[in-house]
Design a protein around this ligand. Structure first.
Ligand code: ZN
Length: 256
């Protein structure tokens, strides 16, 4: 039996922790800060088995050095990014298995937010870092719109019941933008209500699931006629391809 638990870090990050309840072992994903994870391990008497890293940003890797002082565990991260302490550099279609864990993780390269960004997938869990957010997607700090668009497509090819464990609690803000772009989307309004209730209780809106994201996330709906028209009206120009719509949508969100 494996649980996935969020540990809040910084202002709006989550360090996701997979817990094998049979063995009291766990895996930490993107520990940007050591203290919240180390406290959690001590509090629940868990043994750390491994660290997973999706990309090189400090709020995802900043805690690794301190954690490794007390826990000598393998660190799995993207081969295309130069991450200190990474013991297992990963590329597209690698499979990761951790000693004494009954699951395997498929690796995919999802450039866009950064050039070497990867995700870890083990049905139904997707650890996608800053690539897909609930009702949003990561900023294009390093990659092109084309790269990010095809990275998001890789995610949409996973099963609908995939659980989206992204790194940031941005959902309510993302919904506000999505409602501008996709004003008649009743599923989106219902989801906003659901998320407002969770946040009022200080609970995470995550994980999301892929079916809901396909129905509500404008960055996955660039072929939708209404979204296309809203973006074209905003930009005062016509677009021929869904990548152009995506690029315009991402640029609009950057200024929102
Ligand atoms: Zn990032």
């Amino acid at each position: 039996m494996i649980d996935v638990i969020p540990i809040p870090a910084f202002k709006d990050n989550y360090i996701w922790v997979l817990i094998n309840k049979t063995t009291n072992q766990c895996i930490g994903v993107d520990p940007g800060d050591a203290t919240p994870l180390l406290d959690f391990l001590a509090q629940h008497q868990l043994t750390l088995s491994a660290i997973f890293i999706t990309h090189h940003h400090p709020d995802h890797i900043g805690g690794i050095a301190t954690i490794l002082k007390d826990h000598q565990v393998p660190v799995y991260g993207p081969r295309k990014e130069n991450i200190s302490f990474c013991t297992h550099p990963l590329i597209e279609n690698d499979m990761v298995s951790i000693q004494s864990w009954p699951v395997e993780f498929l690796i995919k390269e999802v450039p866009g937010h950064t050039l070497g960004h990867i995700f870890f997938y083990s049905k139904p869990w997707l650890f996608c870092g800053d690539t897909l957010f609930s009702i949003g997607c990561g900023r294009l700090f390093e990659g092109s719109p084309e790269q990010m668009y095809s990275s998001l497509k890789k995610i949409t090819e996973l099963p609908d019941e995939t659980q989206i464990y992204c790194t940031h609690e941005y959902t309510l803000n993302n919904i506000k933008f999505a409602q501008k772009v996709d004003p008649n989307n009743e599923n989106l309004n219902q989801y906003q209500h659901h998320c407002q209730i969770l946040r009022a209780k200080n609970l995470p809106t995550l994980p999301s699931n892929l079916a809901l994201e396909k129905a509500c996330n404008p960055f996955l709906r660039c072929t939708n006629a209404l979204i296309k028209k809203t973006v074209e009206d905003y930009c005062h120009q016509k677009f021929d391809t869904s990548v152009q719509i995506f690029a315009a949508l991402r640029a609009w969100k950057d200024k929102f």
